[in-house]
Write a protein that binds this ligand. Structure first.
Ligand SMILES: [Zn+2]
Length: 235
């Protein structure tokens, strides 16, 4: 969104986490131009956690993350494009992080009486972490590009297709040509790759046990094992 005007807050594994000078304006706008410092803090925290959630899942899918930016209009996690399946998973990262990291603990602290909302600052902060949080989740999940929901709700379909492909032990033909556009800008060209998940076939330096096995063979073996154990359970 913005190319310049950032301050690098921190670096995680070489990924710069940056804040843009327009954040105060965004916080002021979303706080309806009232003087609500607790809300401002909560709001910026929400956006940051949301983008870090995308970054976390992008890394889990082994997509390089280049930047995590927070600015007055929201934020962005700039990462290498993956398959549509990867991108759908990464799209869930933002809202899940918001709910898991902020909504659940805040609710718990209140229920347990650890946090009492007596001071105005805490009340504003809690209101941001609970209610603004839920609103942002709801808006982000609308299935309209460039909102996360546009890709996130594709996940069940893509998962099912991928599963079918694997069970049938063959791969879909490699799509050629322009990749589908994504909501978040990526600065480096997406590597040419097939539409399928890449866990089993290449660029692996991780936890996969069957690197050199044919994916079709792996699928057949897993199916055989599942059948075998189901049969055992029946007897
Ligand atoms: Zn997002």
């Amino acid at each position: 969104m913005f190319q310049t005007g950032y301050w690098t807050l921190a670096r995680y594994r070489g990924i710069p986490i940056r804040l843009h000078w327009s954040i105060p304006l965004g916080a002021l706008f979303f706080g309806r131009f009232e003087i609500v410092p607790g809300f401002w803090l909560g709001f910026v925290g929400l956006v940051l956690i949301h983008e870090l959630g995308h970054a976390f899942l992008a890394r889990r899918r082994r997509l390089a993350v280049f930047e995590v930016n927070v600015h007055g209009l929201g934020g962005e996690c700039v990462h290498r494009r993956g398959s549509p399946y990867d991108d759908a998973i990464v799209a869930w990262g933002g809202v899940l992080a918001q709910l898991l990291v902020l909504y659940v603990p805040t609710r718990l602290l209140i229920e347990l009486g650890v946090v009492t909302v007596e001071s105005a600052f805490v009340a504003q902060l809690v209101s941001a972490l609970l209610w603004t949080n839920l609103w942002l989740v709801a808006i982000n999940l609308l299935p309209i590009p460039p909102l996360d929901g546009a890709k996130a709700w594709q996940l069940p379909k893509l998962w099912w297709e991928r599963r079918k492909r694997r069970t049938h032990g063959h791969r879909a033909p490699t799509p050629v040509g322009k990749p589908t556009p994504v909501g978040k800008p990526t600065r480096k060209p997406a590597p040419v790759r097939d539409d399928d998940d890449h866990d089993d076939d290449h660029d692996d330096d991780h936890d996969d046990d069957h690197d050199d096995e044919d994916p079709a063979e792996v699928a057949r073996r897993l199916a055989r094992e599942a059948l075998e154990s189901a049969r055992k359970r029946l007897h």
